[in-house]
Design a protein around this ligand. Structure first.
Ligand code: DGP
Length: 123
């Protein structure tokens, strides 16, 4: 799994393109999605160069892993969405339609999000 240093989130991390930042820690950054699907749509990314959850879960240090998971929880609390509820999604690879090849967790909230995923038609 090769990390592309020119992916859009790497550029955000380097400050080459702007983002609407909502949270930053030693190992994580959170910012609003540029194409929000819900009233609240924030992306949480590790600062390290990890393509996806498979990459991150194998190579990240314990400190990075802990910081990232805590960041997701903290951002949800900061956004005020814990009581009403929120959804976290991390798309990994082709079948999941991962568009940006730097690990990111979507935090989706602000309305009823419906069922988790549509059933396959043949089920
Ligand atoms: P995914 O399909 O899980 O890889 O989602 C990628 C998300 O990244 C998508 O919801 C749109 C968002 N996105 C793409 N480019 C930018 C950008 O330049 N800035 C921000 N804030 N979000 C972006």
């Amino acid at each position: 799994m090769t990390y592309d240093n020119e992916n859009i989130f790497a550029k955000i991390l380097r400050g080459e393109i702007p983002c609407d930042k909502v949270y930053e820690s030693d190992h994580a950054l959170a910012f609003r999605d540029i194409q929000p699907l819900t009233p609240v749509h924030v992306l949480v990314i590790p600062k390290g160069a990890y393509v996806n959850m498979d990459d991150f879960s194998q190579k990240a240090s314990e400190e990075e892993l802990a910081d990232f998971v805590r960041a997701v929880g903290q951002v949800a609390r900061d956004l005020g969405v814990v009581e009403a509820g929120y959804r976290t999604i991390a798309n990994n690879g082709a079948d999941a339609h991962q568009e940006v090849q730097h690990l990111h967790v979507h935090i989706l909230a602000g309305r009823d999000l419906g069922g988790m995923i549509q059933r396959f038609k043949d089920q």
